[in-house]
Design a protein around this ligand. Sequence first.
Ligand code: RNT
Ligand code: ZN
Length: 428
Amino acid sequence: MKLDDLFNREAKKSGRAADYKLAAERFAALGIDTEAAIAQALATPISVHCWQADDVRGLELHEGAVDSGGLKATGNYPGAARTGDEIRADFEVAARLIPGRLRFNIHAMYAEATRPVPRDELGPEHFSRWVDWAAARGWPLDFNPTCFAHPLAADGLTLSHPKKSVREFWIRHCRACRDIASYFGRRLGDSVCNIWIPDGIKDSTADRLRPRERLIASLDAVLEGKKTKCIDTVESKLFGIGVEDYTAGSHEFYLLYAQSRGVGICLDMGHFHPTESVADKISAIVLFVRPVLLHISRGIRWDSDHVVRFNDELKAVCDEAIRSGAMRHILWATDYFDASINRVAAWVIGVRALRKALLYALLDPWKLAVEAELAGDGAAKLAIQEARGELPFGAVWEEACRRADVPGGLAWMAEIRRYETDVLSKRT
Ligand code: RNT
Ligand code: ZN
């Protein structure tokens, strides 16, 4: 079958009302209101990371250190965005193909200035093009300090650096970023400022405590005079390329730091041991630390940041978010990058997968399973959980896409192909 013909054919059909009606009846029989599920799934904001568009390169004008702190986009597919305008244009295409509410997540290294600006001197004025663009489209902006890909991070250390002058540079940078995020918040409603640093040691770490002591002092200095208009979160990591032996900002470190300082925590799905369940952490953490920001990602064998898919791990995370009843304390963001496929499609596939998993979780008859569990009826519980796989989820998803005015099925690929021919393939 010719794929382009298939995509074009799909583009002409839309979800059938009759299929949805039957599906809604089937779910209703299990006590699930599909209308409410569609509404909540579409209303949940997803903060989409800008860095899928350009393989985490950024827009800085000076030639910085290119080593990016253990982050590595792999692949040479043509069409990476080279400017802020290209990132924005690409995202507008993606956003038309993704159902539901969106936010956009940028990094300090996406500042747009006419001359090189040191990172510790960045201000809201260097992001005015982002703000005007986002304001016009109703997308709040989230933000991240960029503590990597910089000469002062060349040895892989920033806020925990043994040298005071280096730590102070990164403290000034992170403070500037909180001011910028606060400005975004004032202009666009609210803004998350998420701090992740690469700091760690490659081999046979001799001193594990002092870097953490320094990191505490630096973070405290960054957070001093907490601004109300940005939501602060800290993101842990297990290891990075070149820092395999030790990470100062480990999970235990940040969990306790966040809890003791009253800031939020970011759980990145790639930042744990491969068999560790991020889903299980949600209910344990949200009782103590809020908000919980989720960096939705997909690791294969390691923190590889593959394009997010509607797989068991993602379903489990969304299930737990819904079942915990803590959705109002959970913030959803994507974090992955693949340079080996069409990058706009990578965005659409990953964010649609997350939206799908949210809807899937909202359509789960989990309350019946809880009832069975409380009654000690294990067989009934398993039977209910098994029945989930037989429910007509696809028809409800198609309806959600229709309501959000975006193509369902594979129809969106026709748009991707057109944009690739007309725009992306012409980039050098
Ligand atoms: C790195 C962290 C971090 C980055 C972005 C670019 O391992 O996941 O969130 O991916 O800040
Ligand atoms: Zn992350």
